[in-house]
Design a protein around this ligand. Structure first.
Ligand code: SOE
Length: 383
């Protein structure tokens, strides 16, 4: 029985606002614990939209000024779902006000901002987490367990891709609601911060720190109409980003993301090749983990596809859902993230990725963009 409440104040109401709200609503039903999550307030600049969102998702109240939301004594946790250029100011103000913080990815526009944010939450001693949700898809968490059990042996290769195709049209504007991801002033970067950030977070979590990178980026559409100014303006984001690199464990990295891969909507894939086992995963088939185990008898050896839906503790998170064989989806990864955040509060053991963990991803992002600019290899500073 929940004996405590966690009052959420969420800033932003776009795609992520919906994904997080859904998670807050589901978590108590599927992962009951000490805390009851209360949708206390939603904040958005446009009053009509804030009100409509509050009504649709069941928030008790709404605000139009995030500073007012942070000042409210009845809010425990601030959830930042705004464009990236607002993360820093909001997070630092929330930390100073003693609020816990859940921040959308990437943590910041760049590493110096990320450092300030991390220092602020650590100084304030407030619980914090960044929404790198893909770690908590059961098949991906199972991959982590297999690696921790030492099943892969020495790792040689880690390759990841995140492919989309939604910005190919040259007359798609940049900026404003929904399209801020194309505006460098709001997003900080393009596919690197938006998509590769996920791949890097998962990679560092599964395979450890990266030591060096070499990258190339491309902006295929150089100018777009800006929704806010009405003028045709230069495009400052990377439309595609490809990098190779090395992990501290000696394995080689091969990463690609683009929004120009016609036919691919959100194809996030990774494959890890170890001496004893290879693992691969594909977001389009998210409940499956493919493995090749060299320790199998030679006559039976081959790639096998594990349907990660068993409701035993062997399949992460699944015991809390339906019955074996019935899959869950993308949305559940956010529910798992909230469940783990609450578990961190209950046990006093913070669950990652914390701001500090996400700072490592931020640093790699800065290094790949610096490498693309200078056309040189860049060493990733040790964190
Ligand atoms: C972009 O289209 C996007 O929505 C990202 O912002 C998300 O982080 C990613 O999970 C799916 O694609």
């Amino acid at each position: 029985m929940a004996t405590k409440t966690l009052n959420v104040g969420m800033i932003g109401y776009g795609f992520m606002g919906r994904a997080h709200s859904n998670a807050y609503k589901q978590v108590g039903q599927f992962f009951p614990g000490d805390y009851r999550v209360v949708l206390k307030a939603i904040c958005a600049r446009d009053e009509a939209k804030a009100k409509a969102f509050a009504e649709q998702w069941g928030y008790e109240s709404f605000e139009t000024d995030w500073r007012k939301l942070i000042a409210r004594p009845d809010i425990d946790v601030i959830d930042i779902c705004t464009p990236n250029n607002l993360h820093k100011e909001i997070a630092i103000a929330a930390a100073k006000a003693g609020k816990m913080i859940l921040c959308e990815k990437p943590l910041a526009m760049n590493t110096p901002e990320g450092v300030e944010m991390t220092e602020a939450v650590e100084k304030a001693g407030v619980a914090n987490m960044v929404w790198y949700n893909y770690r908590r898809i059961p098949a991906v968490t199972l991959a982590k367990r297999l690696i921790e059990e030492g099943r892969l042996g020495r790792v040689f290769h880690y390759r990841a891709k995140f492919l989309q195709d939604w910005t190919i049209k040259a007359d798609l504007p940049q900026g404003g609601q929904g399209l801020w991801r194309l505006d460098v002033a709001a997003a900080g970067s393009g596919v690197s911060g938006d998509l590769l950030a996920h791949c890097i977070d998962t990679a560092v979590w599964l395979n450890g720190a990266m030591s060096s990178v070499c990258c190339m980026t491309e902006t295929f559409v150089k100018e777009r109409m800006h929704t806010l100014t009405g003028k045709v303006e230069a495009v400052g984001i990377d439309d595609a980003c490809i990098f190779m690199g090395k992990f501290a464990n000696g394995s080689l990295a091969n990463f690609e993301s683009t929004r120009y891969a016609r036919g691919h909507k959100a194809q996030y894939t990774f494959e890890i090749n170890g001496e004893d086992m290879s693992i691969s995963w594909d977001l389009h088939d998210l409940h499956r983990l493919s493995i090749y185990d060299y320790k199998d008898e030679s006559k039976l050896r081959g790639w096998r596809s594990i349907h990660v839906t068993d409701n035993s503790p062997d399949h992460p998170y699944m015991a809390n859902w339906w019955v074996p064989g019935l899959a869950i989806g993308y949305d559940s990864s956010f529910t798992h993230q909230v469940a783990d955040f609450l578990m961190g509060l209950e046990t006093g053991k913070p669950q990652g990725p914390t701001f500090r963990d996400a700072l490592e991803t931020q640093q790699i992002l800065d290094c790949i963009l610096a490498s693309a600019k200078t056309r040189q290899w860049v060493d990733v500073p040790k964190t």
